[in-house]
Design a protein around this ligand. Structure first.
Ligand SMILES: [Zn+2]
Length: 552
């Protein structure tokens, strides 16, 4: 029996492309049309006409794209791929208010199994079944007529050209309206399926190829750490830098949030050893951008424009002769720790800390002493800088980010499809994850206090999070259109009494800096200052500590 039952006369390949283009331009762009329809300026017959024209423009442009790229040999798989990509990007756009841009494509490329599973939910599966599997089965079963290559070339490219002319003519007619819509609502341009994905994937591929071909540029070649004061490797200063994940300042108790999500840190603040910086902005709205950017000397704007590969803060610290260590409890260090000792703590098997094969952030603290001991003694004698990269409040499965004992706010949203939960339940789960970060940081401080040597901790989150404000969830909005919830991050510094004394940290002075506007741009210079590393790369004006901890 033949596998394909010919229900009708076989399709001309280009006609089948038109059917696919029709699906993609209408149902495949459902979130775009819904968002457009709900815009305040979209009312009256004029708006209906604009919307109609835009649907036709997307249809014509899609037809142009398909007729250029999709030829009979890969017609069927290409259709399936387009259906699947369109359905899944529509789901995330409609559910979380995200858009598809190059950084979002990088997120997808760099994701791991755990992160992907955290996104899996029934609504997603239903969307994929209705938007990709069902039409995909129909698509796969359609018989296609064999057309001579030369003839098909002419017909298909002719169709594409027609699509181009129609799109240009329609845009000409509606130019004023369309231009003002695109100007006022920049996110719309990242919502047009499948162009958003095609553009994002293309940009990432080109960027990676270009990046791989550029040599690594050295940084701070003159870097010098202070000489070792003795031979005891455990007497020199130890600085711990905690890179937070998805913690937003708006929900941080220390920043004045209505709920006390940071009781233990408040206690440390009361003792005078901790300063909370309340006005700090992130470099990016996602881990892939923020983490490399905050360790870079380039600052947010320089980092965004930079094309080459540069060494980072950790390379400079190591070159200066200090011991450097990166502990990672998340999806890796995004290239930052490539040239320094680094340890992945996610999949360890530590009693009480690693439920369901994924460790809580305290796993890093548990491993810290033994990993420190492995670092070269002659480096440790000059000083040590450790980075702990948290899992923090990584979503959407916020409820997995806190242990039972710290789930103070109830009930929690335990669905991976956040839109299924009442906003309060999402906030509860999220706030519990911050409550755990409070616990983790306080435990780290407690351990640091017990050390004989001078110790300090600097904590800053990589980016914030949207929790339903303006219909947005998660993070990753292009920076210039990102809401403040995604870019306003908590930051704090703590110093032990011996460190305050020996390195002349004036905590009262530092307190006067607490409300000033700082950003990830300050991290590179501030950590160099904390570690007392002398180099031309250190810009005192960008070092938060420079006025309050005068060099020896
Ligand atoms: Zn992140």
């Amino acid at each position: 029996m033949p596998l394909t039952v010919p229900l009708r006369a076989p399709w001309h390949p280009t006609a089948l492309l038109l059917v696919l283009a029709l699906w993609l331009a209408t149902l495949g762009n459902f979130p775009l049309w819904t968002v457009l329809w709900r815009l305040p300026e979209m009312h009256g017959p004029q708006a209906v006409a604009t919307l109609g024209i835009l649907v036709l423009v997307v249809l014509a442009a899609t037809l142009l794209l398909l007729s250029l790229l999709v030829w009979p040999r890969w017609l069927k798989p290409a259709g399936l791929l387009l259906l699947a990509v369109t359905a899944s990007s529509s789901y995330f756009m409609a559910s979380y208010g995200i858009v598809i841009d190059p950084t979002m494509a990088t997120n997808v490329v760099q994701t791991d199994m755990g992160e992907a599973l955290d996104l899996l939910s029934w609504p997603l599966l239903v969307t994929l079944a209705l938007g990709a599997a069902l039409p995909g089965i129909w698509w796969w079963r359609q018989p296609v007529r064999a057309v001579g290559m030369a003839r098909l070339f002419g017909q298909q490219l002719g169709t594409g050209l027609l699509g181009l002319l129609v799109a240009v003519a329609l845009l000409w007619i509606a130019f004023q309206d369309v231009a003002s819509l695109m100007r006022n609502h920049k996110q719309l341009r990242y919502m047009v399926n499948p162009f958003n994905t095609a553009y994002a994937v293309g940009r990432v591929a080109v960027g990676r190829t270009a990046q791989a071909q550029t040599p690594l540029q050295a940084l701070g070649e003159d870097a010098q750490a202070p000489a070792a004061s003795g031979t005891d490797p455990d007497a020199a200063p130890l600085i711990v830098l905690v890179v937070g994940e998805t913690a937003r300042a708006a929900n941080f108790g220390l920043g004045g949030y209505g709920r006390d999500t940071t009781p233990r840190l408040k206690e440390l603040q009361g003792q005078g050893g901790l300063v909370y910086f309340s006005n700090v902005s992130s470099c990016g709205t996602n881990t892939q951008t923020s983490v490399p950017c905050m360790f870079s000397h380039l600052g947010r704007e320089g980092y965004a424009d930079a094309s080459g590969r540069h060494e980072n803060l950790l390379d400079v610290l190591q070159r200066a002769g200090l011991a450097v260590l990166w502990l990672d409890n998340q999806s890796g260090c995004k290239g930052v720790c490539e040239r320094v000792p680094n340890v992945d703590t996610r999949a360890l098997d530590l009693p009480g800390l690693c439920p369901d094969g994924q460790c809580l952030d305290e796993a890093m603290l548990r491993q810290l002493p033994q990993e420190l001991a492995k670092l070269p003694a002659e480096r440790r004698a000059r000083g040590t800088v450790v980075v702990m990269h948290q899992m923090g409040s990584h979503g959407p499965a916020y409820y997995k980010r806190s242990p039972q004992a710290l789930k103070q706010f109830q009930p929690e949203c335990t669905s991976h499809a956040l839109q299924e939960c009442p906003v309060e339940h999402i906030q509860n789960a999220y706030d519990n994850s911050l409550r755990y970060t409070d616990h983790f940081l306080a435990e780290t401080v407690q351990w640091l206090q017990a050390q004989k040597r001078p110790t300090a901790l600097l904590y800053v989150s990589d980016h914030g999070e949207s929790l339903g404000e303006k219909g947005l969830y998660l993070h990753g909005m292009p920076y210039r259109m990102a809401p403040v919830e995604q870019t306003h991050v908590p930051m704090l510094a703590w110093a032990s009494k011996p460190l305050q004394r020996e390195m002349r940290w004036n905590m009262a002075c530092l307190q006067t800096k607490a409300a000033q506007p700082w950003s990830h741009d300050n991290l590179f210079h501030t950590v160099l200052g904390m570690a007392r590393v002398g180099t031309q790369a250190h810009v005192p004006a960008l070092d938060i500590l420079s006025d309050c901890a005068p060099p020896a």
